[in-house]
Ligand binder design. Structure first.
Ligand SMILES: Nc1ncnc2c1ncn2[C@@H]1O[C@H](COP(=O)(O)OS(=O)(=O)O)[C@@H](OP(=O)(O)O)[C@H]1O
Ligand SMILES: Nc1ncnc2c1ncn2[C@@H]1O[C@H](COP(=O)(O)OP(=O)(O)O)[C@@H](O)[C@H]1O
Length: 199
């Protein structure tokens, strides 16, 4: 039987706009994408910290953390990565509906999967941030020693080595993390949010 046949959507009397007015800022998702070691977790948490310091409501969804709980049943093959990203898109949508700024830090290597998430949101709510960094630099950083293991064949389907990464074609923001400091990157992202009147 088709799932969801006998379900009814219940609307809240408190709207997303009401929540924006209460918070004093709009909600959106900052979708960080890039290779392992490109700086997703570092920058997502740094921007979160900067937003928190100015009294804004934000929250980080991080690949490593989410795969410990909600998505612990998923592997790294293409179908499970797709399901990983779909679920995160749905979670991010709930956070955005609750009035918060979501910072999501997932490799999200496939263009089609990122598009699927983009299409869940209103145009100005989804901000794709491409952390552009050559794989050689990511591999030199190797903060978790994963590239070393992947090169030895100990991690199958490792992004950039034995599984593809498809670069975004038209991201809202590009950060070259091998050419910018963490502080400059945070400044570029918060300046974008101010420019778009989200903050
Ligand atoms: N095979 C393989 N490929 C890539 N990454 C791997 C793999 N196995 C484990 N890890 C660890 O999982 C983190 C990536 O999880 P994500 O949920 O962001 O991946 S994805 O979006 O579903 O592609 C990734 O985190 P980051 O290094 O922060 O990107 C790794 O710590
Ligand atoms: N400009 C920068 N932006 C982000 N990370 C940087 C930058 N320069 C150096 N790094 C370092 O690169 C590493 C990135 O690791 P991490 O944030 O875990 O990446 P990812 O989440 O994409 O796997 C960290 O050790 C971080 O300190």
């Amino acid at each position: 039987m088709k799932k969801g046949n006998h379900l009814t959507w219940h609307h809240s009397s408190v709207t997303k706009k009401n929540r924006h007015l209460l918070n004093g800022h709009k909600s959106c998702v900052l979708w960080f994408t890039g290779l392992s070691g490109s700086g997703k977790s570092t920058l997502a948490t740094a921007v979160d910290h900067a937003l928190f310091q100015t009294g804004l409501r934000s929250y980080v969804l991080d690949g490593d953390n989410i795969r410990h709980g909600l998505n612990s049943d998923l592997s790294f093959d293409a179908a499970d990565r797709k399901e990983n990203i779909r679920r995160i898109g749905e979670v991010a949508k709930l956070f955005v509906d609750s009035g918060q700024i979501v910072l999501s830090a997932f490799i999200s290597p496939f263009r089609e999967d990122r598009k699927l998430v983009r299409d869940m949101f209103e145009a100005e709510e989804f901000i794709e941030i491409f952390l552009k960094c050559p794989i050689q630099v990511c591999e030199n950083r190797d903060p978790k020693g994963l590239y070393k293991k992947a090169r030895k064949g100990e991690i199958p389907e490792f992004t950039g080595i034995s599984s593809p990464y498809e670069m975004p074609s038209r991201p809202e923001i590009v950060i070259e993390t091998d050419n910018m400091t963490i502080e400059e990157s945070v400044e570029k992202i918060t300046a974008y949010l101010k420019d778009k009147k989200i903050l």
